[in-house]
Design a protein around this ligand. Structure first.
Ligand SMILES: Nc1nc2c([nH]c(=O)n2[C@@H]2O[C@H](COP(=O)(O)OP(=O)(O)OP(=O)(O)O)[C@@H](O)[C@H]2O)c(=O)[nH]1
Length: 134
C-alpha cells in the first residue's frame, strides 16, 4: 500500500480559519472534499519548509513560523496518509487559489458545516475541543 507524508496548514486570520476545496479526483472519497492547504513533503525537506513552500505555491501566500498542531495517520482505500498539521498566522486574507475550487473562512464552531476529507476530521475535532476548553 502506498504511503504518503503530507503537511497541512491551519491558516488563522483573527477568529477564522481557511478551508479549501479540492477539485475532482479519481478517488471519490477525496474528490471535492474540503481540506487544509498543503501537500506532500519532498525528499530531504523539513516539515516547516514543506508547509512554507506548499502555501506559497498553492495560495501565493507567505507564512512565517508555523506551529506544530497534530499528526493524523489515516488509511484510505488506495493509500495511507500521515499528515502533520501546523497553525499558521497571517495578517491578511489575500490569497490566490491555484489548485482548489473554493475557499471558506470559518470560525471554529462552523467547521462542521463542510464535507471534509476523512483524514481531516481529527484536526477539526481537536480544534473544536481546544476551542471549547478555551
Ligand atoms: N494538502 C492536503 N492533503 C490532504 C488533506 N487531507 C487529505 O486527506 N489529504 C490528501 O493528501 C494528499 C496530498 O496530496 P497533494 O496532492 O495535496 O500533494 P501535492 O500538492 O504535493 O501534490 P502533487 O502530487 O500534485 O505534487 C492527497 O491525496 C489529499 O487528498 C489536507 O488537509 N491537505
Amino acid at each position: 500500500m502506498k504511503k504518503i507524508n503530507v503537511v497541512a496548514a491551519i491558516i488563522q486570520c483573527g477568529e477564522e480559519i481557511l478551508c479549501v476545496r479540492r477539485g475532482p479526483s479519481k478517488f471519490n472519497y477525496i474528490s471535492e472534499r474540503y481540506e487544509f492547504p498543503g501537500g506532500k513533503i519532498e525528499v530531504d525537506e523539513t516539515k516547516d519548509n514543506a508547509i512554507i513552500r506548499e502555501i506559497k505555491e498553492e495560495l501565493h501566500l507567505d507564512i512565517h513560523g508555523p506551529t506544530y498542531f497534530n499528526t493524523v495517520d489515516h488509511q484510505y482505500p488506495d493509500f495511507q496518509i500521515t499528515m502533520h498539521s501546523f497553525i499558521c498566522l497571517i495578517d491578511h486574507k489575500n490569497i490566490t487559489l491555484t489548485e482548489h475550487i473554493d475557499q471558506q473562512w470559518l470560525k471554529i464552531d462552523e467547521l462542521n458545516n463542510l464535507d471534509w476529507a476523512a483524514a481531516d476530521i481529527p484536526i477539526v475535532q481537536k480544534l473544536q475541543a481546544e476551542y471549547i476548553k478555551g
